[in-house]
Design a protein around this ligand. Structure first.
Ligand code: URA
Length: 511
């Protein structure tokens, strides 16, 4: 029989999932019905909410420690997210679901049950908030924080500048998401300040601190100014979709994004600029290669005016022409163009997406972490890398500045399309028998249409010129996989690549 006495449960913090689970075990063992429980957290109690209530500790009693309450794994995952939601009744909702799951066998198969729907809606809101935080945190480098002015979480002087970001999450997600930023920005000292708490990473460990204030935000650094210039230059008035921008980047995040200050003025001028663009009439995309006499001559076919017709006659010529390419805005911000590398007559050509940070600095494709993985695969497959031609769909590094770091940004379809003729020139010059598309950008570029890489990986597709293209994942995708799954994913990737083995070891079928 259900206990009719009101129980008050006080959890240690707003995100005390362990405490919640322990309390659930006790309450289920005592058959306390959901309507007889008052849930709260220590913070709320300290704020006076529960001061007059009889408090029954929900901590584990000795006998309860051994109690377990079997629940479907999906419910555990649901709790992990819902507990982070801001709604004060989230613990009550989860406990009610748990209570009902044990009494109503049909509940598992009723996705339209109002409690289930509400819990899913909250879990979704939390996931979305995390996604937004991953996307919209902007660090600013701070060389020195004057004594006494240091924001909560700011480190004392150490190696490299401290990077500070201000963010206002909607839900209690900071602790849950902090490890993501630690993995992503391992080499950097950073602090994220929020109204609820602050978190800092000193290069080795995460530390959580007190809430911060918005005024603790710090002045724009040089990298941020460069990013603003870049944002302004890539802004295309004809493609302005404010509704989409607001959906993807709700306005509550705008005030903390450096580029947001540009949105209103750029948007205000967009209609006028679009009208001017239309009035000017269509233009052919002009390849802006210097024609000064000192420029190295690039042997081309006779039609000099149409970039799509222009074909460098050698890989050397292509390299020189590429470096001056400004057919899309990416080239202006990269250190240099990165052409392919490998023998002129390679039988197999590997095509990635675009150079990364290290490739941009060294002018060579696949020399960074993704390249190391490719090298490892080549070694295991017994393929000499110097017998293959390795290149990219897009020849300049597109990035976004976060503090002083240049973070890879996927090239748009337009940017990739502007670069296509360079790749086609490489294919014409090298004349490989077959190609390997590493990832979706390369697959689209090589086949001319979108390829569902996960579904079609390991398959050979045929290009318009009759060449076969083996579809597989980009090595960077493997580097982003959870560490415990990475080796299995790597083995599956090797299996894909092995389909091209006959090009190195003739006599073996490449199906
Ligand atoms: N990723 C790519 O797609 N290409 C490179 O050259 C490096 C990383």
């Amino acid at each position: 029989m259900a206990d009719a006495v009101l129980r008050s449960v006080t959890l240690a913090s707003a995100i005390d999932l362990d405490g919640f689970r322990r309390a659930c075990r006790t309450l289920i063992a005592d058959a306390v019905a959901p309507e007889n429980i008052s849930w709260g957290t220590q913070d709320e109690r300290d704020g006076g909410l529960f001061l007059d209530e009889p408090m029954v500790s929900a901590g584990p009693r000795a006998a309860d420690a051994a109690l377990t309450v079997p629940v479907p794994p999906a419910f555990v995952a649901l709790c992990e997210n819902v507990v982070l939601h801001r709604a004060p009744d989230r613990f009550g909702l989860l406990y009610r679901l748990l209570w009902r799951l044990r009494r109503e066998p049909g509940l598992r198969d009723d996705p339209l049950d109002p409690d289930r729907v509400e819990a899913e809606r909250r879990a979704q809101a939390v996931r979305r908030d995390m996604h937004k935080m991953k996307a919209f945190v902007r660090f600013r480098a701070v060389d020195e924080v004057p004594h006494g002015d240091a924001p909560p979480g700011a480190a004392e002087a150490g190696d490299g500048p401290l990077h500070v970001a201000w963010f206002e999450p909607e839900h209690h997600i900071v602790e849950a998401i902090a490890p993501f930023f630690a993995r992503r920005f391992t080499q950097m000292r950073w602090a994220i300040l929020t109204p609820e708490c602050s978190v800092r990473w000193d290069g080795t460990q995460l530390e959580f601190g007190p809430p911060a204030r918005r005024e603790d935000g710090l002045p724009a650094d040089a990298g941020e100014r460069l990013w603003l210039t870049y944002y302004q230059s890539i802004f295309n008035p004809a493609r302005l979709k404010l509704a989409t921008m607001q959906r993807e980047m709700p306005q509550r995040y705008w005030r903390n994004l450096p580029e947001a200050q540009l949105i209103a003025p750029l948007a205000a001028g967009a209609a006028q600029r679009s009208t001017e663009m239309i009035a000017k009439g269509p233009t052919r995309p002009a390849r802006r290669i210097a024609t000064a006499p000192s420029a190295v001559a690039v042997p081309t076919e006779p039609n000099q005016t149409d970039p799509a017709q222009e074909r460098p006659a050698s890989l050397g010529g292509l390299r020189q022409a590429l470096d001056r390419c400004r057919e899309c805005p990416i080239g202006a911000h990269a250190t240099q163009a990165v052409p392919g590398a490998g023998p002129k007559r390679a039988r197999l050509m590997f095509v990635g997406e675009q150079p990364g940070d290290q490739e941009d600095l060294r002018g060579l494709p696949f020399v960074g972490p993704a390249g190391k993985l490719l090298d490892r695969a080549f070694a295991q497959l017994g393929w000499p890398r110097d017998a293959t031609y390795v290149t990219n769909a897009v020849k300049h590094f597109k990035y976004e500045l976060r503090g002083k770091r240049r973070i890879h940004k996927t090239p748009s379809q337009q940017e990739a399309a502007a670069c296509l003729h360079w790749l086609e020139s490489e294919i014409e010059l090298v004349r490989p028998e077959a190609l390997v598309a590493l990832g979706a950008t390369a697959a689209r570029q090589l086949t001319g249409s979108a390829v569902a890489v996960l579904r079609q990986r390991g398959q050979w597709l045929e290009r318009g010129d009759g060449r076969r293209v083996l579809i597989t994942l980009h090595p960077s995708a493997l580097l982003r996989i959870e560490p415990e799954l990475r080796e299995a994913a790597y083995a599956a990737w090797l299996d894909d690549l092995h389909k091209a083995d006959a090009l190195f070891h003739p006599g073996v079928a490449t199906t």
